[in-house]
Ligand binder design. Structure first.
Ligand code: SF4
Length: 436
């Protein structure tokens, strides 16, 4: 294993030259306003001795969230808390601010001291209120608080496992499939996931929201290529862009005659549901057909705020799908995944993809086996609503695209008959399946 050091890529190299053009970039280091000094009581005492029994019948997650706000943001009004720009300005971004909200292990402290070498660190106050303050194994905590394992490189890992840089035709465009492109519209995210496939390009200090000439270049490429019928706007997280910039991007794309559909890939409804305002929903609905893929990880993310955000989007006519990365110890069980997909259907989000975790550098502690992934699909298919079952895929390292992985339901071919097994393992025969 070797130490992880470099984060340079070609897409961002051209962007860093445009720092003077960057628009709407959030401040580098938000002030700690609103965080209580905490009096004499140590967080450990408060969290461990008295208050937090998340999961126990008498103490709910909602109770803890109320406590969290009162304890750490006592002077922040309801209006401020619900303001997405306030949430972004006040993200937890340092060891000091993290240590005020969470009882950090030594390993977490060490990783937070060194994180500047690799993945960025930022958590919205909203998402921090969902994170267990003292349990380092809490699934949401593992998604956002770094560990030293991130700095290790294991065999087969790479900074750009999907070869997006090689398939980047101009800055900000990855053109892998003939009829569609990935448009990396920003390098900024509200909260950074520790297993991010694009950690090489998101959140680094020289890169925030990109400048106009970068966006122009990407859109001009789409204009000049009539074979592109589908544009996935992603990043970073495009919903961290201001309404004005989003409106400008989407209106430019919608004016291109050969672009049939626009898709947005985002985690904002999950980590920053305050961003899904009525005016954003009105803006997005102008650009139909527009679809949205939301990055959900765990059922604990489905809060009343997230349900409201998704309702606003679906009521604006936007079909919502979820994309989930399979993560060891976080969501790699049938029970957790069932709870997640059922929760998603309740808020009108269709589970779309379950990804085998990409071999990004420092992700070995997140990766689980394909056998486990197939067991999860077997545990869902037939046991629950078909809409609830995502397609399990491996995104082929080297840029081969998404390849579906399925449990073995086909047992044999017997003459012209197909022998198959159902979800209970019972065998059936379909006659004449191969007869013309
Ligand atoms: S929201 Fe997406 S792009 Fe941003 S850190 Fe998470 S996985 Fe990466």
């Amino acid at each position: 294993m070797i130490r992880r050091m470099s984060n340079k890529i070609s897409i961002t190299a051209s962007v860093t030259k445009q720092t003077s053009e960057r628009e709407d970039e959030p401040p580098d280091d938000p002030p700690d306003i609103g965080l209580s000094e905490g009096g004499d009581e140590s967080p450990e005492k408060l969290f461990c001795e008295n208050l937090v029994r998340i999961g126990s019948p008498e103490y709910s997650t909602q109770d803890y969230r109320k406590f969290f706000r009162k304890r750490f943001y006592p002077h922040v009004t309801h209006r401020e808390w619900k303001d997405w720009k306030w949430q972004v300005r006040n993200r937890i971004r340092s060891l000091k601010s993290a240590a005020r909200c969470f009882v950090l292990t030594q390993a977490e402290q060490r990783a937070l001291t060194e994180y500047g070498l690799s993945l960025p660190f930022a958590v919205t106050p909203y998402y921090a209120s969902l994170v267990h303050p003292s349990d380092p194994d809490h699934p949401l905590r593992r998604c956002v608080i770094p560990l030293p394992q991130e700095f290790l490189r294991s065999p087969g890992e790479s900074e750009d496992p999907l070869s997006e840089d090689k398939q980047s035709t101009v800055s900000g465009i990855v053109h892998r499939y003939p009829d569609r492109v990935l448009f990396l519209a920003t390098g900024f995210c509200a909260t950074y996931c520790r297993y991010c496939t694009r950690s090489r390009m998101v959140g680094h200090s020289a890169i925030g929201h990109f400048g106009k000439s970068y966006l122009d270049g990407a859109i001009e490429y789409i204009e000049k290529n009539p074979g592109i019928r589908d544009v996935l706007v992603s990043g970073g997280d495009p919903l961290t862009l201001s309404d004005d910039i989003l409106d400008w991007i989407l209106s430019r794309l919608r004016r291109i005659r050969h672009v049939e559909i626009i898709r947005i890939g985002t985690k904002v409804p999950v980590v920053l549901p305050q961003r899904i305002t009525a005016s954003l929903a009105r803006l997005l609905r102008k650009y139909h057909p527009l679809w949205m893929s939301i990055h959900f990880t765990h059922p604990d993310e489905i809060t009343p705020e997230v349900a409201e955000a998704c309702e606003r989007l679906t009521d604006a006519g936007i079909p919502l799908g979820s994309q989930t990365v399979l993560l060891k110890g976080i969501n790699d069980s049938v029970e957790t995944m069932r709870s997640l997909v059922h929760g998603l259907l309740r808020i009108r989000v269709r589970p779309y993809y379950l990804y085998q975790c990409d071999p990004i550098i420092g992700s070995s502690h997140f990766r689980t086996t394909v056998t486990r992934g197939l067991e999860i699909i077997s545990g869902l298919r037939g046991h629950t609503t078909g809409y609830a079952v995502p397609t399990y895929v491996v995104d082929a390292p080297g840029g081969g695209g998404k390849i579906p992985l399925l449990p073995d339901y086909v047992k044999a071919r017997d003459g012209d008959d197909l022998v198959v097994v159902n979800y209970e393992g019972r065998e059936f025969r379909y006659p004449g399946a191969f007869r013309e």
